[in-house]
Design a binder for this molecule. Structure first.
Ligand code: NAD
Length: 99
């Protein structure tokens, strides 16, 4: 499964199944955005993955996925940081669409 150039967003990724799925996606070449309400678990998971896969492929964002506002806001960061081809005008457009 080649996932190079793909970006995956994983919720509850600080531990357990979410962390396990993230590991499989990274092994197969994807970039991952790890979202979790537990900041300590999320940061520790990112640190583990950074060592194995390189920090440019992983971001961690503290997020309660039951909050529409937090989830939508985090999409902007994910586009900007992991895709790195999001123009300022596109970001503004996305914020307007999502708000
Ligand atoms: N482990 C299993 O065998 C199994 C089997 C069937 C179903 N499930 C279900 O799958 C889900 C995940 O299981 P797990 O074993 O990985 O659980 P887990 O408790 O190990 O991990 C869940 C992660 O989700 C995070 N989280 C919880 N609420 C959140 C929120 N509102 N926003 C963001 N992050 C949040 C937690 O901080 C934690 O890091 C659970 O709902 C569980 O009931 C698990």
């Amino acid at each position: 499964m080649a996932l190079s150039g793909k970006v995956a967003l994983l919720t509850g990724a600080g531990q357990g199944l979410g962390k396990g799925f993230s590991d499989i996606l990274l092994k197969n070449g994807a970039k991952v955005a790890l979202l979790d309400i537990n900041e300590t678990a999320g940061k520790n998971t990112k640190a583990d993955f950074d060592k194995e896969y390189g920090e440019d492929r992983i971001i961690f964002l503290t997020c309660d996925v039951t909050s529409d506002k937090q989830l939508k806001g985090n999409f902007i960061f994910i586009f900007v940081i992991l895709y790195q081809r999001c123009s300022a005008s596109l970001c503004i457009e996305m914020i307007e669409v999502m708000s």
